[in-house]
Write a protein that binds this ligand. Structure first.
Ligand code: HEC
Length: 274
């Protein structure tokens, strides 16, 4: 019996040590980036989302689609909150790079792309084999913090946007040829070599109208925040509803407690007398 117990204790200790080691590894890989939407009360920063939209439009959309996101949602409160006329102008100016993946956007008469409208979705883009970014921020959520306690994710965020920032700033500059395809060394990408070029995002590539810093780290943070919004557009509303519900539940619990005390007051009082 004692031998069995000792063995189990040893096994648990070994598992815990392995877990701690992996946690350290994960921490070293994906540095935490504080975002305005972290934590139970965090909300999106509208200006950051607008800058991120600009980075996506000018840089990432060349290779990546965003086909689950409709242009009209750019006008949503709690999102980039663009005025209606800007949403219209933005959709109309958006160029469809990959017509094969977006047959519904082809003008039959000319064979060219038709003008996009707010009810359209961002086009898909499979021309370079790059994955769609619509839900990427949530799809890669588990890369940061999963080995820690859940409470850590509640406070520091789910880790998807942090992964995107780390990925975009994780290139070493090394390249190699892999079966006819150039691959680029990246400290963050599993396997260490990615097909996304290390020049995909660089310092000063995008100039922001609000004069915000545009080194590669800030550009990456802005686009990561935008992609988080794309993956979870109603986060602000969800957190607000959660807060109100918890608040109401606390009031209800207090009322029930007081009512309960009152109902049983006579009985409990009698017991004491006896
Ligand atoms: C020149 C084309 C190109 C540009 C520009 C580009 N990417 Fe990529 N990206 C790729 C390709 C190709 C892949 C697939 C890489 C692979 O699987 O090896 C990829 C993969 C990714 C991934 C997924 C990595 C994973 O974990 O699977 C993310 C996230 C990403 N890109 C984000 C971005 C963002 C954000 C931008 C804009 C700042 C951007 N990319 C710009 C080509 C590009």
């Amino acid at each position: 019996m004692i031998r069995k117990l000792t063995l189990s204790a040893l096994a648990v200790a070994a598992l815990l040590t392995a877990g701690a080691a992996r946690a350290q590894e994960a921490e070293a890989h994906i540095p935490d980036v504080p975002f305005s939407f972290d934590g139970p009360f965090g909300t999106y920063d509208q200006h950051q989302l607008q800058r991120g939209l600009q980075v996506y439009t000018e840089v990432c959309s060349t290779c990546h689609g965003l086909e689950l996101v409709a242009f009209r949602t750019l006008g949503d409160r709690g999102g980039p909150n663009l005025p209606e006329d800007q949403v219209k102008a933005y959709a109309a100016a958006f160029s469809v790079n990959d017509l094969t993946s977006n047959p519904e956007y082809v003008e039959p008469a000319t064979g060219n792309a038709r003008k996009l409208v707010p009810s359209d979705h961002f086009p898909a883009n499979n021309a370079m084999g790059a994955p769609d970014l619509s839900v990427m921020a949530k799809a890669r959520a588990a890369f940061h913090g999963p080995y820690k306690l859940g409470i850590n994710q509640l406070i520091h965020g789910i880790g998807g946007p942090q992964y995107i920032v780390a990925l975009l700033t994780g290139f070493t500059g090394e390249t190699k040829d892999l079966a006819g395809t150039t691959v680029y060394e990246n400290k963050i990408f599993p396997g260490g070599w990615i097909r996304m070029p290390n020049t995909a995002l660089s310092d000063g590539q995008v100039t922001f109208a609000d004069g915000a810093p545009n080194d590669v780290k800030h550009e990456a943070e802005d686009v990561a925040a935008f992609l988080m919004w794309a993956a979870e557009p109603h986060m602000d509303a969800r957190k607000q509803t959660g807060f109100v519900s918890v608040f109401l539940l606390i009031i209800l619990t207090s009322l029930l407690y007081l009512t309960n005390k009152r109902i049983w007051a006579g009985v409990k009082g009698k017991k004491k007398q006896a």
